[in-house]
Design a protein around this ligand. Sequence first.
Ligand SMILES: Nc1nc2c(ncn2[C@@H]2O[C@H](COP(=O)(O)OP(=O)(O)OP(=O)(O)O)[C@@H](O)[C@H]2O)c(=O)[nH]1
Ligand SMILES: [Mg+2]
Length: 557
Amino acid sequence: MARLQGPLLPFLYPRLETTPFRLVRSLRSGSPDHCCRRQQSTAALSQVQQPIDSLSQSPHLNPPPTDYGRTIFADKATLTLSAGSGGHGCISFLREKYIEAGPANGGDGGSGGSIYIQAVRGETSLHKLARRGILRAGRGKNGQGKSKGGTRGEDVLVQVPVGTVVREVSRHDPIAEEEETRRLEEGSEEISPGETRGTWRRDKWVLYPASTPSEYATAEFPPLPRPRKSNLTMAQPEPPIALDLSEPMEKPMLLAAGAMGGLGNPHFVMSANRRPKFATRGEAGISVTLELELKLLADVGFVGMPNVGKSTLLRALSRSRARVGDWAFTTLQPNIGTMVLDNSRGRPHVQVNRASGEPRTQISIADIPGLIPDAHLDKGLGLGFLRHVERAQVLAFVVDLSASDAVEALNNLWKELGEFETLRGMETNMQTESRVVEWKAFGNSTSAASARDGTIARNNENIVIEPSGSQSLPALPMAPISSKPWFVVATKADVEGTQGNFARLQAYLDALASGTVEHPSKRKNAWKGRLAAIPVSAIRGEGVDRIPEWTVGLLDN
Ligand SMILES: Nc1nc2c(ncn2[C@@H]2O[C@H](COP(=O)(O)OP(=O)(O)OP(=O)(O)O)[C@@H](O)[C@H]2O)c(=O)[nH]1
Ligand SMILES: [Mg+2]
């Protein structure tokens, strides 16, 4: 087990607790709340003789329960994206002095706006998208006279946090549907070759405003042009959309291309009709319903029983204003904090690169609501919270040294996680099975393998139905919790008489590292790396400096 060096707590160095030297040092040290302390330093230094408790507890770390910023968070969002429809073509004729009946000069309609997606760092939640629900790109403008084309519709950019998984629920593609209808009609033998069925469709043509209905009853319409697709559709992902946006994207990616605009009346000039009084309407835009889900919530997640001090720890590490209160379930949804890896003097505090080579400038931390015994049976605020644990890259088990035996607390947390993982595995298996419906009319000699391939065995009629149109998507596959790197944060170390508890925890982790005791997850493939217990007093902001260094070490190895 790796030993932790560095500024240690008063309980390990009790003598420092009472000397004024300790006070001045803590004011000068680079503890995470040193920024607020620096602001207060003049006032604080003048009070050097005051008792330690009134000084070392900054109001940021020990706030009244009413002082908090409400965080809104959503890890899932269902979003309907509608690409812009095209503008209509224009019916217009040249009008000039001495030109009595000029040629057609109606412009084409502009194409509709497209929808793009981009994963960016800095976004941590999908709540804004979940609230919007529907995003529409702008419609292309109609064409105008004097051969002026309509302007393009406005594009929409959907920015999502890195670690978002995008899956398609359903789509409505008017052009694909129209092409399918035409294909069926062309294939049908009922239509004689000369007949142009579907030529006159009120929803496809724009008519000259001054014309009377009787004029159209007699007018000859040319065959309806085939629906046009914009070149951008080539860049669209193949349906159904399935994206795992685990890296930040430099350029946005196209999700749905805007539809093409209609054709102006010059397109329909024929020898029989030199002045066509019709143009086509713009194509309707495609609309796709997507489910967005955060696969990665944060770099590190705090896992602990209620009231152990997770939110206080988050406040000590970041500028989060998570609610703190001396009762269970103060936190009801994850608070995400961001810790900048910089000591505010313009040079990196921890110099590291991500696996992709991108420099790591910050760590995101998730303060996950507390777990209670039997949380895996959805007790307390149960399964919803366990779901968030799966989404942290590194787990920090937060145990309260002042409350109970730290080793027992750690084992209880692992027990809940283990049970949850078992249930999760069973659920995934059930989902896979229920998605394939096998129906056997006669006999039973066909192998299940051929059935799963979707083959219909003629001799004994084994039919496999895969319900593709179902609205509920299967659960996202996640890395097993026991395979995640973890460490322990032993908090409330400032409370008297917690040394023994911490020593027992450290001895337990040593035994775990040497393999003399079984891994608390009871799983064979559990993560085996450097184990550490970091003693901290979050309320005083002491010892917390070790957490970013340790986390970064686990993240990038
Ligand atoms: N003495 C001491 N008290 C602490 C420390 N950290 C937190 N507390 C206190 O413990 C109580 C609970 O703190 P929270 O941060 O709300 O705990 P939590 O784990 O987020 O609680 P839930 O959100 O309810 O799960 C508060 O009264 C804090 O002031 C610490 O390091 N030392
Ligand atoms: Mg909390």
